[in-house]
Design a binder for this molecule. Sequence first.
Ligand code: NAI
Length: 685
Amino acid sequence: MTVQTRRDGAALIVELDNPPVNAIGQPMRAGLNDVLDSLPIEGVTRVILTGRGRAFAAGGDAREFDGPALEPHLNEVINRIETCDTPWIAAINGIALGGGLELALACRYRIATPNTQLGLPEIGLGIVPGSGGTQRLPRLLGQARALELIPTAKAIPSEEAEKIGLIDGIADDPVMVALHLDEGSVTLAPRICDLPAPEAAPEAVMAARALAEKKLPHQIAPQRAIDLIEATASRSFADGLAEERETFLTLRKGDQARALRHVFFAERAAKAPDGLTADPVPLDRVAVVGGGTMGASIAYALLNAGLTVTLLESDAAGATRARDNVEKIIGASLKRGLIDTDRAEDHRARITFSPDYAQAAGAGLAIEAAFESMEVKQQVFAKLQAALGPEAILASNTSYLDLDAIAQTVDDPSRVVGLHFFAPAHIMKLLEIVQCEATSDAALATGFTLAKRLRKIPVLAGVCDGFIGNRILARYREAADTVFMDGSTPWEVDEAMVDFGYAMGPYEAQDLSGLDIAHANRRRQDATRDPNRRYIPIADRMVELGKLGRKTGAGWYRYPGGGGKVEDPIVADLALEEAHFAGRTRTEYDADEIRTRLLAAMINEACDILAEGIARSARDIDLVTVFGYGFPRWRGGLMHYADTWGAEKVLAELRRLEAEDPLVWKPSALLVEAVETGATLAEMR
Ligand code: NAI
């Protein structure tokens, strides 16, 4: 029974009971309908709706969203609650989100516990509120407020909710208050459906549209939510509800909502593999080696999670630089209001900076983020082995180096694991946990436990050049450079990918991270590169010219005065020159062709990664691409997108391109197998 009832004097108390968060599924809706059918009950003058456990209700049960809407529908249940002769009071004991808040809006009176969250975050799942949220909220609060909350999926604490009139009061025990509200407050409280239509707020509508276009470009749901809110000024309540329901149902079965649901569930399913039962080492003290870009932001992430950090650098000057780097992040977080001065002080008190590895003795885990050099890393691991206890787990943040070779430098290689963070590590949610040949279960379990403490999304990866994410990125860049050399400009490539949904294209992104990293990597790969594979030399020319990206004021673009990007004809000419040297005739690619090439190259590589067991599932590849590499979330990640495109179509494109370059475009055996067996890529592992 997901709805429990009990009498308390003249009140009927209705408890939502579907742990852990009282998600509103079909049985709960049916249970509420049964309660409504039982009313009026003699002697009952009020119904108090509340939740069991820590939540009031966190929203509709998204697991139902893939199928047809099941009766009774929430919107109908909610309309019945609102128009019920016995007045309902919402005693909001914990989070009230989505359908949960819509239930509360059908009640005459709303009392919430302090510090809880209320909001209509449906946009995050590619839908609009479907049970009156877009109609009742503007009637209660005005269009401007509703526009602040719904299209941005913003949840607010009860204190703010009370201030703006979303709830009527705050109490530690809202049920008790609801029981003792005087009869007049309950019966005279207006029903939202009886409130007059809100005034039109055209300026707020325009601002909301612009904000949604900027923050959630390409997404349909926010704009449709704004349409629905806008129309409340001129449309009857009943017509508004009907339109909202239709919009909700249409969006729910669309590609964007399917993709966003996929990511939502994938994110929640990202955890340690079944059967990994080993105990992690204690994580209270962690050593970080190297306090540059990565080490400093990893250290900050650890501090934020309440851990104590010893940051080891190569010498005293390095330790001072590391302190400055961490201090910069603390300062920026203070400025953005993410932490207060007390918290900043607490962070400072939990970190020490030193070149002396003995300072780290007692740490359960060390994370190395020194220079990307095998020699440096091997030295660091030898020092860590000497300074830390034999149980301590030794992790490396290397992007490309052979972790098995790093592991071999310590007596017990089972202690070594890869923890590949993304820049900046205190913000990016992805953590690739790389399993070496010898990695012990305890080391893996430590990685997954750390991810949980840091609230990161862990994805298990095997050892190969670039693991999951950087290996796909290398193909993406190779395809981009080929398109550039053979016919396009970097800005055309970037524009094509921004139109696809990336926040920035591959060239602008590389200008941010710096062209030198990939360059060093190419030099490392020189010895093992297949000599028959076409090599695009343009990026090397850029480095020769000192165009390393934003940090040198110019990369693929120029950044005069450190400002916005400007196209650089010299860069475009490099492709003409190189094509000329190579005797290639350049062709024109339209945006569709550019996208097809870049996406097919990535999907093909991802299929190999899956076939080789470097990734455990297509879903993990989706997580990596969305949370580490800016693949549009509303497209569900690379593999989900490939399935939406259709494995057969992807293969047909690869076959077409294979005629041009059989080595680069050779279709992955896994993709071929998927097409031959009629399976989706999601089903392949
Ligand atoms: P960085 O050059 O900013 O910082 C490296 C730091 O290590 C410097 O502060 C240096 O003084 C210190 N260091 C060098 N040798 C040392 C030693 N023997 N003992 C202690 N400290 C030493 O480099 P960055 O970008 O932070 O990269 C560090 C590692 O993280 C590399 O392995 C890199 O591949 C990896 N990585 C980098 C990412 C990025 O976006 N920058 C992303 C993910 C991984």
